[in-house]
Design a protein around this ligand. Structure first.
Ligand code: PLP
Length: 473
């Protein structure tokens, strides 16, 4: 692609993106195609000769856009609503142009040093203590897996060298999470060869928070049975309800039994940049590691997850392996990303986060998160005031768990009714919700996290919900 063509289509696509955000409110949030529709419209083999860019771009409109679920839509309230932003998109554009593989300091000094500085800014914004050193991975699943690998390295059982199989000297290692923890922790346990049996799920209380007393009892019981408890994962902002495990009460149990405390704040960590929400991280100053995802609630395009770790030496011991062809004269003086994880090459992700933080400023980011929480409060107040709806969990941040509960319906009917309401709203294309089960009851979730979501969008989804409820009467 020559310079002129690049310039022309570059400008055209930036215009396209600006227009996309202008018209996004009119697009159906959920993809409008059926499974297999897009595949059926695409050629089964690659073109032999290059095609004109104009045609490729027009196929984006014709084929790709209808097959998108629009995560950037201001009425996307499903899962955890997230959003990209102008400076984040422009940062990604530059990252693609630089195409750095930041495996060693020298293969991308800018990526290495900008990552260190930007993550230290974020650490300060979140009020984490200076002992927490940040490292970027793609997702929270991967960040947590690395934290658990470092914790395992810390048990000093030569697992890196000797592995875990065929070892009568190695007791079953135990790791504890609440029953509300994200499935990524169990996947990490599977990936690291600890085995699902290593994961013990601790009951949660009525507000979906880990029960510290049950944790303490489980650890005692496991020790008596000859197991080796080595790690606890507390969640600040669980996926189903955004409940916050009592980290302050979990810390002493970890300290007493020399267990690593990892905090999964993938969703809620961003909220700690708002001074009045900082207390959600109470106790985390004594954690060994913590993950937070700027790609969830810090207006940074997917993907960018940050692991803060107090013992980067253990992380390095678990993963560093430097063959001859990667040795450099400065390696003792600098940080090389590939020493801290399974990947060799690493994307230059810090650039977009640096641009986002600089563009909005700490106050600008905090103001947007604060507004999302206000909108969630407002929505929850409508639920509370209506006899037809009920709240299903506390809403400490910007996620509301609720359901319709019209008089006279049996528990089974309520599940079916709420499912029908959710599918009705989603099929309208005007908003997207998702669900969970709480105490075995189907529960609707409304998550507010998109930078373009306004009170008007929240009022509209409330109307849609009530229209759907009326249809079921
Ligand atoms: N942890 C929590 C609490 C989450 O809510 C999620 C996703 O929603 C994850 C981890 C996994 O995030 P990722 O997609 O970055 O792996």
């Amino acid at each position: 692609m020559d310079k002129e063509e690049f310039r022309r289509f570059g400008h055209e696509l930036i215009d396209w993106i600006a227009d996309y955000f202008d018209r996004i409110d009119d697009l159906a949030v959920l993809a409008t195609i059926e499974p297999g529709d897009l595949k059926a419209r695409l050629p089964p083999a690659a073109p032999l000769r290059g095609e004109p860019m104009q045609q490729i771009v027009s196929d984006v409109d014709r084929l790709i856009v209808p097959a998108l679920t629009h995560w950037s839509h201001p009425s996307f309230f499903a899962y955890f609503a997230t959003s990209t932003s102008g400076p984040g998109i422009l940062g990604e554009l530059l990252t693609a142009a630089f195409d750095n593989k930041a495996m060693l300091w020298r293969t991308s000094p800018a990526s290495t040093e900008l990552e260190e500085v930007t993550l230290d800014w974020l650490r300060q914004m979140m009020g984490l203590d200076p002992g927490m050193i940040g490292i970027i991975y793609d997702t929270a699943s991967v960040s947590s897996m690395h934290a658990i690998a470092a914790a395992r390295e810390g048990v000093e059982k030569r697992i890196r060298e000797d592995g875990m199989s065929g070892r009568p000297d190695l007791p079953l290692l135990r790791i504890y999470v609440s029953e509300q923890a994200h499935s990524s922790i169990e996947k990490a346990v599977i990936t690291l060869g600890l085995g699902q049996r290593a994961l013990r799920k601790i009951p949660a209380d009525r507000e979906f928070r880990m029960e510290p007393r049950a944790l303490a009892a489980a650890v005692e019981e496991d020790k008596a049975a000859g197991y080796l408890p080595f790690c606890v994962v507390a969640t600040v902002g669980t996926t189903s309800t955004s409940s916050i495990d009592p980290v302050l009460d979990i810390v002493p149990i970890c300290e007493q039994h020399a267990m690593w405390l990892h905090v999964d704040a993938a969703y809620a960590g961003s909220a700690a940049i708002v001074p009045e929400f900082r207390s959600i991280l109470a106790g985390c100053e004594r954690a060994d590691s913590l993950v937070t995802n700027p790609h969830k609630w810090l207006f940074t395009p997917f993907d960018l997850s940050v692991l803060y770790c107090r013992h980067t030496d253990l992380l390095k011991r678990a993963f560093s392996l430097v063959p001859e062809y990667l040795k450099t004269p400065e390696q003792e003086k600098v940080r090389s990303g590939s020493d801290y994880g399974i990947q060799l090459g690493r994307r230059f992700r810090a650039l977009k986060l640096w641009m986002v933080i600089r563009y909005f400023g700490h106050e600008g980011l905090a103001a947007r998160i604060r507004e999302h929480c206000r909108l969630a409060d407002l929505f929850a107040s409508w639920i509370e005031e209506s006899p037809d709806w009920e709240l299903m969990a506390p809403h400490p941040l910007a996620l509301v768990c609720f359901r319709a509960c019209p008089a006279g319906a049996s528990p089974k009917e309520l599940d079916a009714l709420n499912e029908a309401i959710m599918h009705g709203v989603n099929a309208s294309g005007r908003a997207l919700l998702s669900h969970t089960k709480l105490n075995d009851k189907l529960t609707l979730r409304l998550s507010i996290g998109n930078i373009r979501t306004t009170e008007q969008h929240v009022r509209r989804v409330w109307e849609l919900l009530n229209q759907q409820l009326e249809k079921t009467r």
